[in-house]
Design a protein around this ligand. Structure first.
Ligand SMILES: Nc1ncnc2c1ncn2[C@@H]1O[C@H](COP(=O)(O)OP(=O)(O)O)[C@@H](O)[C@H]1O
Ligand SMILES: [Mg+2]
Length: 263
């Protein structure tokens, strides 16, 4: 069974078509890198697959179910976290919230072993030493790893990450990219990761989707990251280069994301 199957999917905000004519599938265990310029519909597609945005037509299935019926199988990490940092939560408490997240607020009960499981999840992302530190005191890279631990604690089958590397400095990017590589190797998970800058992640991508309201290209990194394809989206200065068997993409768009967010 496909982890995600989309047939003729069109995603709407009122009468505005944010994404149209979408056909693709990803198999269980694959990692899809979702690439596209600002406003391409990446977040929209991710939120639709997560079951949060329901205004779509066509067929969209997550492990054979409609997204809203597959919530238990999905963890979604939005682009900017909504942690209220004035509430002094410890890292392990933030992670343990991942257990109850999907149950809805009317079943707000944290299991007794939650902190133990949170510590295990923190150790997976290499943060066992800071389990009792306050979230607000952590570095950007550490915060993102805590949020990954929170997403992993419920053992999802599908992990959706919206721009997990944006707003991080280069060393924090490398640190978070390394954890994503570890998830890819050690967890039997399907992942969809949206990104402006594909370079730090290209090695963990089994599939790359280039989206610009429509599906421009879908395939292996070698198939999609080609000059003629990315120039069509990012303009004549965009390049795909292969250095020692490693693919790099220069899209002119990348520098926008070194600090700060897009709107
Ligand atoms: N809540 C919303 N209501 C109306 N239009 C929206 C909303 N969210 C996004 N859009 C529009 O949908 C398009 C795709 O946005 P988005 O999915 O955020 O793109 P990306 O994540 O690729 O930058 C944009 O034109 C954006 O303005
Ligand atoms: Mg976005």
């Amino acid at each position: 069974m496909e982890a995600v199957l989309a047939e003729n999917v069109e995603i709407l905000y009122g009468s505005y078509k944010a994404v149209e004519g979408l056909n693709f599938k990803i198999s269980e265990g694959e990692t899809l890198l979702l690439l596209g310029p600002n406003g391409a519909g990446k977040t929209t597609l991710l939120r639709t697959i997560a079951g949060f945005h329901k205004a779509y037509t066509g067929r969209l299935l997550v492990f054979g179910k409609r997204p809203e019926d597959a919530r238990e199988l999905i963890s979604y990490v939005p682009q900017s976290h909504s942690m209220n940092e004035l509430v002094p939560l410890k890292a392990e408490e933030v992670v343990s919230m991942g257990i109850i997240y999907k149950k809805g607020f009317f079943h707000f009960r944290i299991p007794e072993d939650a902190i133990g499981r949170a510590k295990e999840a923190l150790s997976f992302v290499g943060l066992e030493d800071i389990a009792e530190k306050h979230f607000s005191e952590l570095s950007g890279g550490q915060k993102q790893r805590v949020l990954l631990a929170r997403a992993l604690i419920s053992s999802p089958k599908l992990l959706l990450l919206d721009e997990p590397l944006s707003s991080l400095d280069p060393s924090a990017r490398a640190e978070v990219a390394a954890v994503l590589g570890k998830i890819k190797r050690e967890k039997n998970l399907t992942m969809i990761i949206t990104t402006h800058d594909i370079n730090p992640l290209v090695e963990i991508g089994d599939r790359v989707m280039l989206l610009n309201k429509k599906l421009i290209a879908f395939g292996t990194p070698q198939e999609v990251l080609r000059d003629e394809i990315i120039k069509g989206v990012y303009g004549p200065l965009a390049r795909a280069i292969n250095i020692e068997d490693r693919l790099y993409c220069i899209t002119g768009d990348v520098h926008l994301h070194i600090k700060g967010e897009h709107p």
